[in-house]
Design a protein around this ligand. Structure first.
Ligand SMILES: Cc1cc2nc3c(=O)[nH]c(=O)nc-3n(C[C@H](O)[C@H](O)[C@H](O)COP(=O)(O)OP(=O)(O)OC[C@H]3O[C@@H](n4cnc5c(N)ncnc54)[C@H](O)[C@@H]3O)c2cc1C
Length: 379
């Protein structure tokens, strides 16, 4: 395995990391406290080329996966809310259009996402089901002019601010997995309403909410991919999302490690820095071990993607480990800060709140284990 990238790509990733630390990280605490995504961040990410890093051809720079993943890690390290909102916009929402859309659909929907003229979201989860995605109730019925969409989506990143959504709906209730179709929906259409942002445990600067569709008129041109292929396209998109979530976990863990290490060097107890106490410095060593292990898993998946290999269970292994690791590392960072770790004077508590999404979003840890075990026991 060779995870190396060219010197130029390495320099570009390092420049992006500096940008994240200089521009994005200083906004994170305030954005979290205000539960608001900083508007200027959209323009800054566009200017630095973040939204160009996902696709190739007319819609991006075709960066190597390892480089793109390093950038995602840098962004999550600087501000996990920014990672979530930006990646839901260009990744979760953009990927189905890029991989399964027609040239006309890419021009209509992906172009404005890459150029940040519109904000995107990905609508799969519903109030009654998330993991069991084939049980969705949102329905698109064939009409003379196209389709009529009715139903409700919940827990959708960017729903409160989005202009465009990729929406999954049942088009043939008799066909099970084969009866789901993916649509591109302009959220300004009559019949679309959205909830206010939900108050959340963490990732507060990334707005999460619900979308309701009441007899929204869609045309055949709004179908992305084939009718009846929506479930498969959703799973393919979520597999890519898992790679992103590895880097979400890695980035948060890195940030938590940095702040814990710094604090342990400064805080004294019993006449010496707490970093000299074995209980504390072993904890910091454990954080480092776990981060390193997760990074190897994440890089392996990125490297496999670069070679065009199927990542399947490797993405699940890396996603489950990296996101659970981030919770453990952020928790250790709070512990190392003692009582101050429990206050908002230090970012450790935010890292812990933010990290907690990792084992839930884009396929829970339980479902990752299910996928890994299914592969292990496959006949
Ligand atoms: C901040 C945030 C942002 C999100 N953004 C989006 C988004 O942009 N788009 C979107 O579509 N969704 C989004 N989600 C939804 C997220 O993907 C779901 O919450 C997640 O998939 C779990 O679904 P659920 O909440 O319905 O839980 P359930 O599916 O009801 O699961 C509840 C529990 O049961 C377990 N469980 C369920 N089935 C199994 C099984 N077969 N085996 C073992 N255990 C099982 C789960 O692991 C979990 O622990 C977001 C959620 C959050 C919190």
């Amino acid at each position: 395995m060779d995870f190396s990238i060219t010197k130029d790509d390495e320099a570009a990733a390092a420049a992006f990391d500096r940008f994240c630390q200089d521009k994005i990280a200083p906004r994170a605490a305030k954005a979290d406290a205000a539960s608001t995504f900083p508007k200027e961040t959209w323009g800054d990410l566009k200017e630095i080329g973040f939204f160009q890093s996902f696709y190739e051809g007319d819609y991006g720079l075709g960066l190597p996966w390892v480089q793109r993943c390093m950038m995602e890690e840098s962004l999550a390290k600087a501000c996990a809310s920014t990672f979530l909102t930006a990646c839901a916009h260009i990744g979760l929402c953009g990927a189905p259009v890029f991989y399964f859309g027609t040239p006309e659909q890419k021009q209509r929907w992906l172009r404005p996402l890459v150029d940040v003229e519109q904000i995107g979201c990905f609508g799969l989860t519903e109030p009654g089901c998330g993991t069991d995605a084939a049980a969705i109730k949102t329905r698109a019925k064939k009409s003379e002019k196209g389709w009529v969409l009715s139903g409700e989506k919940a827990l959708i990143t960017n729903a409160p601010i989005a202009d465009f959504a990729v929406v999954f709906a049942v088009t043939d209730p008799e066909a099970g997995y084969g009866g789901v179709t993916m649509f591109g929906v302009d959220l300004k259409k009559p019949g679309v309403t959205r909830s206010a942002p939900y108050p959340k445990m963490g990732l507060r600067a990334s707005p999460t909410g619900g979308l309701t569709f009441e007899e929204v008129a869609l045309s055949d041109d709004d179908v992305i991919g084939e009718v009846g292929q929506g479930f498969i396209h959703a799973m393919q998109t979520l597999e890519l999302g898992r790679i992103g979530m590895c880097h979400f976990g890695l980035g948060i863990a890195e940030a938590a490690y940095d702040c814990a290490r710094k604090y342990a060097g400064e805080r004294t107890a019993f006449g010496r820095p707490i970093a000299r106490l074995q209980a504390v410095h072993f904890k910091i060593a454990d954080m480092k071990i776990e981060i390193d292990a997760a990074r190897m898993m994440a890089r392996r998946v990125a490297w496999m993607k670069s070679k065009g290999e199927m990542v399947g269970p490797m993405a699940s292994i890396a996603k489950a480990y990296a996101t659970e690791m981030a919770v453990r590392v952020a928790d250790a960072a709070v512990q190392i800060h003692g009582g101050w770790g429990y206050t908002t004077d230090f970012p450790a508590e935010r890292y812990l709140r933010d990290a907690r999404l990792g084992p839930i979003g884009e396929g829970t840890s339980e479902i990752q284990r299910e996928l890994i075990a299914r592969d292990l026991f496959a006949e």
